[in-house]
Design a binder for this molecule. Structure first.
Ligand code: HEM
Length: 230
């Protein structure tokens, strides 16, 4: 008796993308909490924001030199293509993608831009309660306060995008039975008709890029008077 064949799995997300994603989630949650707490938590908030900045800079670089599915050229499609995909979703005829689909791709780009704005504005802020971010003295105090306001509004935008992102992933998972969440942990998925597995870049390259991004952020904090000691 022949056993039913188990569908082969194909590698979609490399280790750097998966680590980036779940670390980002933890750091965003921690930054939210520590920012709300304020006071003695501000130095930790600063470190966590710096780590987010390093991760986002790493991910942007990985979008150019990383594995095929991590590259912007793989998932940033033209507005016309993305609109056509959107219409096909409404007609329940959407094509399946191995990596990010066209709408998911734009969501990723939006998240990265908003996260970058969030981390950079944080470097120039103050809390009007004794805490001044490392680069706040590069600008006049009222400009620093204005940037802090932008930091707060941009966070609301980030929360909105994250909510949309989670809703889209959950809908996709429930309606199309595409186990995207497990794939973000394991890196593998059931193959999609017509899609071939892409090349995976080495973890060593990712580590070198991450080290470079972290050194860049640390250097920036040092130039600004040093990261807060915690
Ligand atoms: C602070 C919260 C979150 C942020 C900032 C965030 C951000 C991101 C980013 C930037 C990516 C792109 C990954 C890459 O290509 O490098 C992504 C993908 C993804 N995220 Fe999240 N995420 C968050 C929470 C979550 C949660 C809670 C889940 C699970 C329920 C989730 C599930 C996924 C999945 C499945 C993908 C892959 C989507 C695809 O296949 O196109 N995310 N997320």
């Amino acid at each position: 008796m022949t056993r039913p064949s188990v569908p082969a799995r194909v590698k979609v997300w490399d280790m750097p993308v998966r680590l980036f994603h779940w670390l980002l989630l933890v750091l965003v949650a921690f930054s939210w909490w520590s920012g709300e707490e304020g006071n003695e938590w501000m130095p930790y908030h600063e470190w966590s924001g710096g780590a987010i900045l390093a991760l986002v800079l790493f991910r942007i670089a990985w979008g150019f030199v990383g594995s095929d599915t991590a590259r912007f050229t793989d998932f940033v499609r033209s507005p016309r293509h993305s609109y056509a995909y959107f219409r096909s979703v409404l007609q329940r005829q959407a094509k399946a993608y191995l990596g990010h689909n066209p709408l998911g791709g734009w969501m990723i780009v939006s998240l990265l831009v908003v996260l970058l704005v969030q981390a950079v504005t944080g470097l120039f802020g103050n809390d009007d309660n004794g805490y001044e971010a490392p680069l706040s003295h590069w600008v006049p105090h009222d400009v620093s306060s204005l940037i802090t306001t932008l930091h707060a509004y941009n966070f609301d935008l980030l929360l909105g995008l994250v909510g949309l992102h989670i809703a889209a992933v959950a809908t996709h998972q429930l309606v199309r039975h595409d186990d995207m969440i497990t794939a973000m942990f394991t890196g593998v998925k059931t193959p999609v008709a017509g899609a071939t597995a892409g090349r995976m870049a080495s973890n060593g390259r990712a580590l070198a890029l991450l080290a470079f991004a972290a050194a860049l952020v640390y250097g920036l904090l040092r130039i600004g008077g040093g990261p807060s000691g915690v």
